[in-house]
Write a protein that binds this ligand. Structure first.
Ligand SMILES: Nc1nc2c(ncn2[C@@H]2O[C@H](COP(=O)(O)OP(=O)(O)OP(=O)(O)O)[C@@H](O)[C@H]2O)c(=O)[nH]1
Ligand SMILES: [Mg+2]
Length: 459
């Protein structure tokens, strides 16, 4: 596929703000001509040269390093110039203005990558992986983005699609040449090939929920009665005193969020207001916000302190959390103040609750490694155990694979009911379409827009 655009785009590719270097990219049919009018030196393709750059009125803007990439050997597949100029907001903006005064236009978000995709330089999964690399804040997310960029998922999906086309070819052979000597390919064989494809899709989907969590971060809500040490735990987990800690119950009124990584996995941690019945009106509002997190959270850390042990209210909370189906980890806070059994009320279910609790001290750090391990186990156990990068990380991936799986299943059941192959085959075509939409062989304009709009300008 070769996409040819008749306009030339320019943008600053580095983040705005003060910095040593900024990168400006100009891509499109006029890129080299614009570069030459700006006075940029041009050597061999991909050779970085030191050069002065002028605006269209001949005013010198900067001393830069310039590299020319001749199509199709560039990121976008078009003629492209990369200009490394001095950082800060002004110089790079002046260079883009100068390019635009000579016929370029400012690129929209993700437009360079969209052109790369349209020119067949990347497939859709790899284009998304570029965005993921930029967004990655944890080692696990980065690992998965790199494996996507190098084609790990694309390769598997392409192979799946190829196998599916082979099944269709086998069916087509029977439809077109029913009287051939070899006779029709047995139905059982075709069904078993389709079953194999379904299994491969199941394999790809097996860690999908953990994979998508890599992009969003698992939401941990710290929950419990006032003064049990929630904010102290929040602060020690996220590494600074962001949340106010005092001896007065009811200190935290609002929810405080922080993005953290634990053992290379991404989490969003939220500290909430302590829950109690006799709260004053402002505190009551905070408790409402806290409750709002109960069903949004991926995991609730229910903090119970050493003094009261688990109260009736805590047990009610446990029931509520379990009914919501949210993962629950019970923490026995202030572990430095007591041994493991002191203060535990001797009601059976309370014993059970406290027995399962992880003792943690925010003063000594005791129990934190165990807590971190438990969080990784609860949220990323399969990925962690497999030691491999996540394959499926987006809802778009899941939707396409589920849709292909549904059609393969439907194919099996329709064949089983003795429908003619011409009819059953429509399900295989639909499954192939779903796989093609995943890698972007069929270019659906609204899918493309929704993907590339999320990029930054200059990428
Ligand atoms: N010894 C000891 N004291 C702690 C520990 N964690 C918290 N505290 C103390 O307990 C008191 C309450 O701590 P916070 O972290 O503010 O408790 P909270 O659950 O956020 O309280 P609210 O915001 O009022 O719901 C403070 O005086 C803390 O210093 C701990 O692990 N060990
Ligand atoms: Mg607090």
């Amino acid at each position: 596929m070769k996409f040819s655009s008749d306009d030339t785009i320019a943008a600053v590719s580095t983040a705005p703000g003060r910095g040593g270097i900024a990168l400006v990219r100009i891509s499109g049919p006029q890129a080299f001509e614009i570069g030459s009018t700006l006075g940029l030196a041009k050597g061999r393709p991909r050779e970085a040269l030191l050069s002065l750059i002028h605006d269209s009125r001949g005013r010198t803007l900067d001393r830069v390093l310039v590299t020319h990439f001749e199509n199709p050997h560039s990121y976008t597949g078009e003629d492209t110039i990369e200009i490394s100029c001095h950082g800060g907001a002004l110089i790079s903006a002046l260079i883009v203005d100068a390019a635009c005064s000579l016929g370029a236009r400012v690129a929209g978000p993700g437009e360079f990558t969209k052109r790369a995709y349209l020119n067949g330089k990347l497939d859709l999964i790899q284009a998304e992986a570029t965005l993921d690399l930029i967004d990655s804040t944890s080692i696990a997310y980065h690992g998965s983005a790199m494996s996507h960029l190098s084609g790990a998922l694309s390769g598997r999906v392409t192979a799946l699609r190829q196998r599916l086309l082979e099944v269709q070819a086998a069916i087509g052979y029977d439809i077109d040449f029913p009287e051939e000597d070899d006779g029709p390919i047995p139905i059982e064989r075709i069904l078993s090939l389709a079953e194999g494809l379904k299994e491969e899709i199941n394999y790809l989907l097996r860690h999908a929920s953990e994979g998508t969590r890599l992009r969003t971060g698992a939401l941990i809500a710290i929950f419990g009665r006032p003064n049990v040490g929630k904010s102290s735990l929040f602060n020690i987990l996220q590494g600074s005193d962001r949340s106010i800690v005092t001896e007065t119950p009811g200190t935290t009124r609002d929810a405080v969020e922080a993005d953290i990584t634990i053992e290379g996995y991404p989490f969003t941690l939220v500290d909430t207001a302590g829950v109690r019945d006799d709260a004053e009106p402002i505190e009551e509002l905070g408790i409402e916000i806290a409750r709002g997190y109960l069903d949004r959270a991926d995991v609730v850390l229910l903090c119970v302190d050493h003094e009261g042990g688990a109260s009736r209210a805590d047990l009610d909370l446990v029931k509520e959390i379990r009914q919501l189906g949210t993962t629950l980890i019970v923490i026995r806070t202030k572990a430095d103040l007591t041994d493991h059994h002191e203060g535990v009320v001797t009601m059976e279910s309370r014993d059970e609750l406290m027995g399962a609790a992880i003792p943690v001290s925010s003063i000594t750090g005791e129990g934190l490694p165990e807590l971190c391990d438990a969080l990784v186990q609860e949220m990323f156990a399969n990925l962690h155990a497999s030691g491999e990068p996540a394959l499926v990380t987006r809802k778009r991936h899941i939707r396409a694979l589920e849709s292909a799986k549904r059609d393969l299943k439907e194919f099996g059941s329709v064949v089983g009911r003795g429908y003619p192959m011409e009819i059953s085959n429509t399900h295989l075509t639909a499954a192939a379409d779903a796989l093609e939409s995943l890698i972007g062989i069929t270019d659906v304009e609204d899918v493309l827009d929704s993907i590339f709009q999320r990029f930054c300008v200059g990428k």
